[in-house]
Design a protein around this ligand. Structure first.
Ligand code: T5A
Length: 217
């Protein structure tokens, strides 16, 4: 069921709440663009009008929903993102940088909520038409430090960020477990450091990966 992905590449940035994904993805996109790459920066849940609407529903602290309904909302946003944004950009040969993607569902809904990982993997495959990331940067930070950053930025909560610390610890352990299972694709970066140091490491990983891709083609 592999999607027709064209000549582009899909890079994803993952990690717990407040790990610094958005900060890193923006800086990386700027530097890679300056280096001559055609970069498409996007995010989940969101990236399309439908995705943005679904995002506000799934994160709304006033709404109650089951863990599977939460999952279906993330998957619906992903399916729209893949079809309307990721595949067209990849077919156009762009370097697509997505702030969150399939690993977030495994970490949050699988490890965090306790839903069946096998089923989540199958649903991810369906929602993405088999489009998997070429490279993933996992920003690793303790949940306490990540949540302190998001709470310092804003007192407004959301359904998932407001979950208890035990949930965020399971998510963090889940991301680490995914990285150890797929060390070739998922590269871990210590995100507890200054944003500049995180960027330096991430850029080195991406450049090394791009060099390998060029020499293989
Ligand atoms: N979710 C998502 C699921 O449960 N399942 C899914 O399938 C998907 C796709 C998304 C929520 O949905 C969940 C995960 C999330 O809980 P969101 O608003 O996108 O909601 O949440 P986050 O992705 O966690 O976004 P945040 O903005 O909260 O965190 P980021 O992007 O990791 O962090 P960032 O860059 O915005 O930085 C946060 C703060 O820290 C500072 C920044 O300036 C900012 O103030 N900062 C640093 N400070 C010190 N040192 C650094 N290195 C720093 N980097 C950033």
């Amino acid at each position: 069921m592999a999607a027709e992905r064209g000549t582009g590449a899909l890079l994803t940035v993952e990690g717990g709440d407040g790990a610094g994904k958005t900060t890193l993805a923006r800086s990386l996109a700027e530097l890679l663009t300056a280096a001559g790459h055609s970069v498409h920066l996007t995010f989940e849940p969101g990236g399309t009008l439908l995705g943005t609407r679904l995002r506000s529903l799934v994160l709304d602290p006033e709404l109650e929903m089951s863990d599977w309904v939460e999952t279906w909302l993330f998957l619906a946003a992903r399916a729209s993102h893949v079809h309307d944004v990721l595949l067209p950009a990849l077919k156009a040969g762009e370097l697509v940088l997505s702030d969150r993607y399939t690993d977030s569902t495994l970490a949050y809904q699988g490890y965090g909520r306790g839903l069946d990982l096998g089923r989540l993997r199958r649903l991810n495959l369906e929602a993405t038409a088999g489009l998997s990331p070429d490279l993933t940067l996992l920003l690793d930070i303790s949940p306490e430090a990540g949540l302190a950053r998001t709470r310092a930025r804003s007192s407004e909560g959301d359904r998932i960020g407001d979950a208890d610390l035990a949930f965020h610890r399971r998510v963090n352990a889940g991301f680490r477990s995914l990285a150890s299972e797929d060390a070739e694709r998922i590269r871990t970066v210590d995100a507890s450091r200054d944003a500049a140091d995180v960027l330096t490491d991430a850029l080195q990983i991406v450049n090394h990966w791009l060099d390998g891709r060029r020499s293989a083609s």
